[in-house]
Design a protein around this ligand. Structure first.
Ligand code: FES
Ligand code: FES
Length: 79
């Protein structure tokens, strides 16, 4: 597997707290999207840490093809 699975062709809305660590699933196989649940272990992908500077709402990439991990950059609109 060299390309990640598409978890969904749309971002996940997530409420985040400033300074807290979030581990975004990069492989697309997690059952707790958009976060890593350890399912990546058999493949080449590792989760991406996200530590927001501000508390608020963000849109995390669900298609796993964003150029701005872990946030959605609109790439899912090209499918
Ligand atoms: Fe996808 Fe960990 S389960 S990166
Ligand atoms: Fe992946 Fe938007 S959901 S770029």
């Amino acid at each position: 597997m060299t390309t990640p699975e598409i978890a969904q062709k749309a971002p996940f809305q997530v409420d985040v707290e400033a300074g807290r660590s979030y581990w975004w699933c990069a492989c697309g196989q997690s059952k707790r999207q958009p976060f890593c649940d350890g399912s990546h272990k058999a493949g080449p992908f590792v989760p991406v840490e996200y530590k927001p500077a501000e508390t608020g709402t963000v849109w995390m990439c669900g298609c796993k093809r964003t150029g701005n991990q872990p946030l959605c950059d609109g790439t899912h609109n090209t499918f």
